[in-house]
Design a protein around this ligand. Structure first.
Ligand SMILES: Nc1nc(=O)c2c([nH]1)NC[C@@H]1CN(c3ccc(C(=O)N[C@@H](CCC(=O)O)C(=O)O)cc3)CN21
Ligand SMILES: CC(C)C(=O)C(=O)O
Ligand SMILES: [Mg+2]
Length: 286
C-alpha cells in the first residue's frame, strides 16, 4: 500500500496556499478542558476539509459517511478501506485541525490486538493524528492498549450508532437511573484508560453535565447540551444537505435548496441554448 499523504503537515498538494496557522496537536486538544469550547465537524472529502479546516479545532472522518456519502442504511457496513480512502483525502485538505478517523464496526471490538492492527493501518495510510472508537467500560482495555502504543484515542459514549441493534434505535440516552449510572461509569473508564477526548452523543442535559464534571479530558457533545467542552455535528446535516436529521441538528444553511435552484437554472439555460454563452465559447485565433 503506497502512502499518499504529504509528510509536511503545514501544506499539501491539494491545498497549496501558504498555511496561516500551525496544526493543532492532540496534547493541545486535551489542554482545552474547561476552556474555550472545541469546534469539531465531520469531513469526508478534500474540498470540504479545505473549507472547514480554518474554522475548526478537529475534523472527524466519521463512519456517518456510510449514510451521508454511500446511502447505506446504517454505519454497520462501513469498511476500513472506506475510512482509509476518505481519511487520506481529508488529511490532504487540512493543515490546521487535528484529524480524527472513526474506527468502523467490526474492525476493533474483538481484542486490543485487533484494534491496534486496524488503527495502525488507518494512521499509516491516512496521516491522521488520532482515531475514535465507540464503546464504554468494555472498551477501556483497548483504549489503554492503543494509547500506550502511541495511538491517541477519542472515545464515543451514550448513543453509539454502531450498537443501534442492541440499543433498539437512535433515541436519547440516560433517562433511567441505571442507564445514567452506566454511562457515567463508561465515561470514567474510557477517560482513565487514557482517551484524550470523549464524544458524548444523545445524552440528556443533566447526564452531559455529570460526565463533563467527572472526567479530566474534554467532552465533545452531539445532542448533549451546551455544557460540554466542545460540539460536533455532521457537516451535511448543519448545512441542510442531508434530509433526515435528528432533533439535535441545527440547520445553519439550506444548501439542498440552493443546489436545486442552481441546477434548475442550469437546466433551463441548456434547454434555451443561453448556456454556454460567448464567455464560455472558444473561437479561432486571428
Ligand atoms: N447524517 C448523519 N448525522 C448523524 O448525526 C449521524 C449519522 N448521519 N449517522 C451515524 C449516526 C446516527 N445518528 C442518529 C441518527 C438518527 C437519529 C434520530 O433520528 N433521532 C431522533 C430520535 C429517534 C428515536 O427516538 O428513536 C430524533 O428526533 O432526534 C439520531 C442520531 C447520529 N449519527
Ligand atoms: C456524529 C459523529 C460523532 C460520528 O461519530 C460520525 O460522524 O460518525
Ligand atoms: Mg461515528
Amino acid at each position: 500500500m503506497s502512502t499518499t499523504f504529504t509528510i509536511d503537515t503545514s501544506t499539501s498538494r491539494a491545498n497549496p496556499t501558504p498555511a496561516p496557522m500551525k496544526r493543532l496537536t492532540v496534547p493541545a486538544i486535551l489542554a482545552r478542558k474547561g476552556k474555550e469550547p472545541l469546534v469539531m465537524l465531520t469531513a469526508y472529502t478534500v474540498r470540504m476539509a479545505q473549507l472547514l479546516d480554518p474554522h475548526c479545532d478537529l475534523l472527524l472522518v466519521g463512519d456517518s459517511l456510510g449514510q451521508v456519502i454511500y446511502g447505506l442504511p446504517s454505519t454497520l457496513p462501513v469498511t476500513l478501506d472506506m475510512m482509509c480512502a476518505h481519511g487520506a483525502a481529508v488529511v490532504r485538505g487540512s493543515y490546521h485541525s487535528v484529524v480524527v478517523i472513526d474506527m468502523p464496526f467490526g474492525s476493533y471490538e474483538a481484542s486490543p490486538e485487533q484494534a491496534f492492527l486496524s488503527a495502525s493501518r488507518v494512521m499509516a495510510e491516512t496521516g491522521a493524528a488520532a482515531i475514535k472508537m465507540e464503546g464504554g467500560a468494555a472498551m477501556a482495555p483497548t483504549v489503554a492498549f492503543l494509547s500506550a502504543r502511541g495511538i491517541p484515542v477519542m472515545g464515543h459514549i451514550g448513543l453509539t450508532p454502531q450498537a443501534v441493534n442492541a440499543l433498539g434505535g437512535y433515541g436519547a440516552r440516560g433517562r433511567s437511573a441505571p442507564e445514567h449510572a452506566k454511562i457515567i461509569a463508561d465515561a470514567k473508564a474510557i477517560a482513565e484508560a487514557g482517551a484524550f477526548a470523549i464524544v458524548a452523543e444523545g445524552v440528556i442535559e443533566p447526564l452531559a453535565r455529570a460526565i463533563v464534571a467527572e472526567v479530566s479530558c474534554p467532552v465533545i457533545g452531539i445532542g448533549a447540551s451546551a455544557d460540554c467542552d466542545g460540539q460536533v455535528l455532521v457537516t451535511e446535516d448543519m448545512l441542510g444537505l442531508f434530509e433526515r436529521t435528528a432533533r439535535f441538528v441545527k440547520k445553519f444553511d439550506d444548501m439542498a435548496g440552493r443546489i436545486s435552484a442552481a441546477v434548475e437554472t442550469y437546466a433551463t439555460d441548456v434547454r434555451s441554448r443561453s448556456f454556454p454563452g460567448p464567455e464560455q465559447t472558444y473561437q479561432p485565433k486571428n
